[in-house]
Design a binder for this molecule. Structure first.
Ligand SMILES: [Zn+2]
Length: 212
């Protein structure tokens, strides 16, 4: 397609699902991903795709996508809080479309009590209805930003300029290509369901939206 509202898998966020409609036709989109720089809409094998050149209306499975946006914003807020409280950096993360997600930190200690404290802090900050701003910074400016340095902006391929930045005002700021809600209040309440040790200095936190 020459343009699309569908998000292609990336940065731990699953690809969008939904449908395409044209004339008398319609098909399901079961997944969206990038291949050789192109966004691929994977049409359900039971359906026929539109003909090349057709004008289509693309519709997202909005409930699912909104849940992923809420989950993604929750993960960013969590990573900001863990950094502020413990100085711990994120080493990885992933989210599912059921409102569950995990995030990995460079952290020596993470008891279930700390997990509960993080849950409380996270929900207090989320309930403050903090604005989530999407911006674009020239690469040179982004590379000099302390928050963005911390979140490894230098690893973004050199041809990416400007760099898209998600700023949850005062909580977390990082370069990111994913989709987010406009305010933290939209996330709702988040549960820290598990804290795990995955090895020395490697701790994993699992979260779940309480209203997926
Ligand atoms: Zn992200």
């Amino acid at each position: 397609m020459d343009r699309t509202v569908f998000y292609a898998r990336g940065g731990g966020q699953p690809g969008d699902t939904g449908s395409l409609a044209w004339g008398a036709g319609q098909c399901r989109v079961a997944d969206t991903f990038k291949s050789e720089g192109e966004i691929v809409h994977a049409v359900d094998p039971a359906d026929l795709p539109p003909e090349v050149g057709a004008t289509v209306t693309a519709s997202l499975d909005w409930r699912r996508r909104h849940r992923l946006m809420r989950t993604h914003t929750a993960l960013h807020a969590l990573s900001g809080i863990v950094f502020t409280e413990y100085g711990a950096k994120v080493t990885g993360g992933n989210m599912d479309d059921d409102g569950s997600a995990r995030m990995d930190f460079e952290l020596e200690q993470l008891t279930s009590e700390l997990g509960q404290q993080l849950q409380e802090m996270l929900n207090v900050r989320l309930s403050e209805d903090v604005e989530v701003r999407v911006g674009f910074l020239p690469r040179a400016v982004a590379l000099a930003d302390p928050d963005l340095i911390r979140t490894k902006v230098s690893l973004i391929p050199e041809n990416v300029d400007p760099i898209r930045v998600i700023d949850i005002t005062g909580i977390d700021k990082q370069a990111d290509g994913g989709t987010h809600v406009r305010s933290t209040a939209e996330v709702g309440t988040v549960l820290v369901v598990k804290t795990e040790s995955k090895g020395k200095g490697f701790r994993r936190i699992r979260i779940q939206l309480s209203e997926p």
